[in-house]
Design a protein around this ligand. Structure first.
Ligand SMILES: [Mg+2]
Length: 111
């Protein structure tokens, strides 16, 4: 799994859910899961880059927590019929058109 496309990742998650996860959790449960996983990312970032400190036994693998977020995000896309490749491409086009000069002209980014 060194090089996988977004489409492949959606298939990998779908296969995993159907073989190991039994079925997708409800969308509402997925939202709670997504929030929980984002909170775990926030905890690590807060303790790594912010003023909080880690407890002695605390795990600090940002990569693993980001992967947890990605997994739940892919689950939500799969069960709501969203092609993430297409959605991402459209979203990047939207951002590019909308923001092509916005950030370059933001003096706060040049400080
Ligand atoms: Mg996690």
């Amino acid at each position: 799994m060194s090089q996988i496309t977004i489409k492949q990742s959606q298939k990998i998650v779908d296969d995993w859910i159907k073989s190991i996860g039994v079925r997708y959790f409800s969308e509402m449960t997925q939202l709670a899961q997504l929030t929980e996983e984002v909170g775990e990312v926030a905890r690590i970032i807060s303790r790594t880059y912010g003023d909080q400190s880690f407890k002695k036994s605390e795990e600090k693998k940002l990569s693993d927590e980001l992967a947890d977020v990605l997994f739940v995000l892919i689950c939500i896309a799969n069960q709501t019929g969203i092609d993430l490749t297409e959605a991402f491409q459209k979203n990047m086009d939207k951002k590019t058109n909308r923001d092509k000069d916005r950030h370059k002209n933001n003096l706060k980014l040049k400080e």
